[in-house]
Design a protein around this ligand. Structure first.
Ligand SMILES: [Zn+2]
Length: 849
């Protein structure tokens, strides 16, 4: 009894509790008592605690057991082994016939079959996705109420919704982030109301749980699909080809609620204009329902449908209507800003109401939306037939892994790919039929294919919510080309590429040689170094004759000299043949050391040592870039990396455990830390990215200077206040792809064979001319813009300036080398920096003042 009373006392002290009725529109009645409410299961009211992802999944699993309107689907796991969960919700009758309904819907999206389908006779497919950003938690908390309403309500509206809808509900698109955020807020919550925004509850430390485990923004990954949350979601997405896609977020906490359509002029050109008009019509439903509860909102500004890698935009390329919702972010339970209180419970309520208005729109506009989707595919087929580009060819013999990774993206998007059936040359490039593939344009996913391959250089508007270009083959730096004709070129259908087995490496008592042209070669290098095999890299092309054959290797050829190792001849051979973690690298067993210009014992072969790597984390770190590099090394290459908090450097930790430290963004270091890093760098290598050059300068190992805007004049002129309000971001670089020239003789270029490499550039760091001769392996081309929008002043400022500097103690990348885990091309420069750091010119990295 005493315990119960105490419990009641604690509950009574809570400021956040709201009954379920609070969240329901008045139309929702007649609840089936057999269906457990969220509180029945959780033991607390929604909004009283942040519901964790684990609790959400457990409740929804129970709901699916109790309700014949819900099917529980689990198709994969996040990095933190949380199940990825989708509910299929519809009437009992529809669910008993679900496979047929799904097939009919797919036929609606196929112009060959859609003529026979009458939209009046079929349900609409509505996707409800919540909280892709983990710290926008009103979404996941609302999702359990929406699922409950759909499972429990017997009123006419919900009955109609269920009969006319197949709802795919994803309670949280970012389970790892949602779990992390709920844990943070719950563990810092007080019982009495404290809305002081300085309170710890509202100030989750970086890296925020907006992102997933490796700190990726999953709402930028719908196209690149580099994270499991994305590719398992796309599997469900393409299985259903939803007609109406709802994407529930939160944004800065002083604006009102936002819902699409957003800025009309910034819509991607692959999306029909009718899409915006229909979205505008749908927005009337949200406006009406939010007005009924006094919620302030806006809908025609702030967001756009331009970058197709987002959850409310990619669906527009598959005939759907993607709608974005943003609620003011409470960041805790009740936060006060500018005298306004933002309550978590109000935001959950807004999300539930916007879910109901979406379902109302789906019901009343069902036939219009389905007709739009049907016609979308008919029209896109016409466009594909008229397109002068009939397809794309890609692939190269020397880098099967790159083709394999690219193919995985195409297959995740359910794109048909074929083998090339004869060797072809397009422009300067030759494609070998055994290693190249064709993507015909005239297929169902034509708009997705276009957005993957297309370069863009003309725009209606100069204001962008996100990047202005994302041409994936350029990011991959893969050999590819447009094709004006594909008839006679397509062979059999191709699936995920598998590595071909190659012959065992024969034993030699002298040396082994191999090249690192394959993307995953670094995995092999690390494997060998971890086994204690000493590797040498040739700094120049090497040619020699063995058994009457001439063998030629490029600079960067790797040698294992047998006698110099700590292993026996047989043991070394066994280690080479045992490797199975990546593609088998073609290795030549060499029986003599005589080369054409120099021999194997020459000083041209230099020892390369195993990288031991730390990345600086903590205050000041750019976690998106750090997360990418962590992902690159840990996941792609199996290379361990220490996430080293900058504030412990100055203490008694031994920095010499690491021969490479990576920093992204500039850190304000203590004197102790700074001195220690300076001493450390005299024998080791700091790799700096972006603004981190300032830290390198601060610790005295470099003198890197940027060029200021030479064209900037004193612009003291009168401007209209309305222009100030509308001031857009056209004066900065939001994300473009620039071409650069690479010195193929430089260690950072090892394994590459093309003298140009596309780089992703965001922001405005442009370096002045280097003052030492041999420190610039990569500089931007004279006419650098490959794709994307940047202001007119930039090409002149950028051309010819250094993009990468490499010298004593420091290798510096101006741009993020592995943007959104999709810039595999330039990530090789970083991998080379790690493995060949000892070979760069020992000159100080400095540029003109
Ligand atoms: Zn968001």
């Amino acid at each position: 009894m005493i315990i119960t009373m105490l419990f009641i006392f604690i509950q009574g002290g809570s400021v956040c509790a709201q009954d379920l009725d609070f969240y329901f529109p008045k139309e929702i009645k007649q609840l089936n008592p057999e269906i457990p409410t969220p509180k029945d299961f959780l033991g607390f009211d929604v909004g009283q605690q942040y519901i964790t992802y684990d609790q959400t999944v457990a409740y929804l699993r129970l709901l699916a057991q109790k309700s014949d309107r819900i099917k529980f689907v689990e198709n994969g796991f996040t990095y933190e082994r949380k199940p990825l969960v989708f509910l299929t919700i519809s009437s009992k009758e529809n669910l008993s016939n679900i496979d047929k309904i799904r097939q009919t819907h797919l036929d609606l999206c196929n112009p060959e079959k859609s003529g026979k389908i009458y939209v009046e006779h079929i349900p609409i497919v509505t996707w409800m996705g919540y909280s892709v950003h983990g710290n926008e938690a009103s979404g996941i908390n609302a999702s359990v109420i929406v699922a409950y309403i759909l499972a429990a309500s017997n009123d006419v509206f919900i009955q109609n919704v269920l009969q006319n809808n197949i709802i795919i509900l994803q309670p949280a698109l970012n389970p790892d982030g949602s779990q992390r955020y709920a844990t943070w807020v719950n563990s810092n919550k007080s019982q009495s109301e404290n809305s002081d925004e300085n309170n710890r509850e509202f100030r989750e430390p970086a890296p925020s749980s907006r992102s997933n485990h490796y700190w990726f923004d999953l709402n930028r990954d719908w196209l690149f699909v580099q994270n499991p949350e994305s590719y398992y979601r796309m599997e469900q997405f393409y299985k259903w080809m939803p007609t109406f896609v709802n994407d529930y977020h939160e944004h800065g906490n002083t604006s009102g609620t936002y819902f699409s359509p957003g800025i009309k002029n910034s819509t991607n050109s692959l999306i029909p204009e009718e899409n915006w008009i229909i979205t505008k019509k749908i927005s009337d439903y949200h406006a009406k329902i939010l007005s009924s509860i006094g919620t302030m909102y806006f809908s025609k500004e702030g967001y756009d449908d331009f970058y197709t890698g987002k959850g409310a935009t990619l669906p527009d390329l598959t005939g759907g209507i993607g709608v974005l919702y943003e609620q003011p972010n409470p960041r805790g339970f009740v936060r006060e800003k500018d005298g306004i209180k933002f309550r978590f419970t109000d935001m959950i309520k807004n999300q539930v109401y916007c879910s109901m208005s979406a379902l109302m729109a789906a019901l009343e506009m069902k036939n219009e939306l389905l007709t739009y989707q049907k016609n979308f595919f008919i029209e896109k087929k016409r466009e594909a037939e008229k397109d002068l580009v009939k397809g794309y060819v890609f692939g190269s013999k020397s880098d099967i892994s790159l083709s394999k990774e690219f193919m995985r993206i195409l297959k995740t998007h359910d794109i048909d790919v074929y083998k090339l059936n004869k060797n072809i040359t397009v422009g300067q490039k030759t494609f070998d039929k055994d290693f190249s593939y064709i993507v015909p344009c005239n297929q169902n996913k034509y708009p997705v294919i276009k957005t993957i391959f297309e370069k863009t250089t003309s725009y209606k508007d100069s204001s962008f919510y996100d990047v202005t270009t994302w041409t994936i083959p350029l990011g991959f730096n893969i050999d590819y080309s447009d094709l004006k004709e594909i008839s006679g070129l397509t062979g059999e259908k191709a699936d995920i590429i598998t590595y071909v087995e190659i012959a065992k490496v024969p034993v030699t008592n002298y040396a082994y040689l191999f090249e690192i042209s394959d993307y995953y070669s670094y995995k092999f290098l690390y494997y060998l170094q971890s086994k204690g095999i000493m590797l040498k890299a040739g700094d120049s092309p090497f040619a020699f004759i063995q058994d009457g054959h001439e063998h030629q290797f490029k600079a960067g050829v790797i040698m294992i000299s047998v006698k110099e190792q700590a292993y026996s001849i047989e043991e070394i051979n066994k280690i080479l043949n045992e490797y199975s973690a990546g593609p088998k690298i073609s290795i030549l067993a060499v029986n003599n050391g005589t080369g054409e210009k120099f021999d194997l014992g020459s000083g041209h072969f230099k020892i390369i040592t195993k990288p031991t790597i730390a990345i600086l984390t903590g205050k000041g770190a750019t976690y998106s870039i750090i997360g990418e590099i962590w992902h690159l090394l840990d996941l792609r290459f199996g290379i361990p990396v220490t996430l080293l908090d900058a504030d412990i450097i100055g203490g008694d930790i031994d920095l010499n455990k690491y021969n490479t430290i990576i920093i992204a963004n500039s850190f304000k270091l203590t004197k102790e830390a700074s001195d220690k890093l300076t001493t450390w760098a005299s024998n080791n290598t700091l790799i700096a990215i972006g603004a981190a050059y300032k830290t390198a300068n601060d610790i005295g190992i470099s003198d890197i200077n940027t060029i200021k805007d030479k064209n900037q004049k004193d612009s003291t002129v009168y401007g209209k206040y309305s222009d100030f309000i509308e001031k857009n971001n056209s004066s900065s670089i939001n994300g473009v792809i620039l071409n650069s020239k690479i010195d193929l003789s430089h260690p950072l270029a090892y394994g590459l064979s093309n003298g140009e490499i596309p780089l992703f550039k965001e922001g405005e760091i442009f370096l002045s001319k280097p003052t030492n001769k041999y420190i610039t392996p990569v500089c931007y081309s004279d006419n650098p813009l490959l794709s994307g929008y940047m202001g007119k002043k930039y090409p002149d400022m950028i051309k010819g300036t250094p993009a990468v500097l490499a010298g004593k103690s420091l290798i510096y990348f101006v741009d993020d080398p592995y943007f959104r885990a999709c810039w595999l091309g330039s990530s090789r420069l970083l991998m080379n920096a790690l493995f060949f750091r000892e070979l760069v010119a020992k000159e100080k990295v400095q540029t003109e003042k």
